[in-house]
Design a protein around this ligand. Sequence first.
Ligand SMILES: Nc1nc2c(ncn2[C@@H]2O[C@H](COP(=O)(O)OP(=O)(O)O)[C@@H](O)[C@H]2O)c(=O)[nH]1
Ligand SMILES: [Mg+2]
Length: 303
Amino acid sequence: MNNYQWYPGHMAKALKTMREDIKPVDVLIELCDARAPESTRNPNITDLSRGKIHILVLNKKDMADETGTSRWLAYYREQGVTAVAVDAKSKEDIKRVNSFIEKKISDKFSGADSRLAEAVKKAGGNLKKRTVRIMVTGIPNVGKSTFINSFAGKAGAKTGNRRGVTRGRQWIRLRSGRDLLDTPGVLYVKPLSQEAGMRIAFIGSLNDNNLNTEELALDLIKWMLLHYPGRIADRYGVDEGDVSDALKVMEDIGEKRGALKKGGITDYERTAMLILDDFRNLRLGPVTLEMPEDTEGFINEKA
Ligand SMILES: Nc1nc2c(ncn2[C@@H]2O[C@H](COP(=O)(O)OP(=O)(O)O)[C@@H](O)[C@H]2O)c(=O)[nH]1
Ligand SMILES: [Mg+2]
């Protein structure tokens, strides 16, 4: 059985770096994975985002179930969390996030009792004149780099990292006039339950090197048989049976795909990797791994 609750020891160091980077930031764009939004968040975000405009982006929406995503957006609306679902590779979605941010900025800076509103008034009331700094953050593999590239567009290319200065932080002036930090804030996730850890491992946000991929793939097969019956059968042309047949299903997949060792025995490692790879590249179809009611292991779980 995999221990899905493992987390890297350098988490504390990453958090320290992020605390530094975040100081001058006005707008924090927190990316999570639309397939498992709560499990792919970091609990420190509540603290880090204090006093800032905080927007939760459910990224990779093209890989998630549409119904699932609508349910999550409704949930966040109820919780008073500003959330939007995007595909970071879609220009239209990026535009939508941008207008979303602009709306939030003008809401905040025109707020009657806001100190920032006062500052803006003193600056002649022109919002465009005030520098607004934006930063992207999230756990590994949620699409931070992709999002930054799309969001910065051509402007990003101009100020892209030069050799020798890769460690330095640079601000990219966006077409909207806002400044975007070129380096995302990397947070890590400490899964609060085996279930949550498993979901993060499925999507590749927990390092595979620390996991037994054969068990991970087997858990994924079980999960798919239970929640998306028919998908495995469609993809591989094997009989699904029920969850207790998962190992047999895995062996059948190995056989169908020729992932065999000498003597015709299943090459479990290769089979596992091909299943995980298919899942992570949408070849098993879009899925939502958790719903708002599956609160076990969520960062915002009420004690
Ligand atoms: N389908 C899909 N793939 C995405 C999306 N955003 C990022 N990716 C892919 O997810 C993987 C990880 O993205 P990356 O930007 O490197 O994540 P980072 O580790 O958070 O910087 C890459 O293969 C991206 O192409 C998205 O919205 N939809
Ligand atoms: Mg990256």
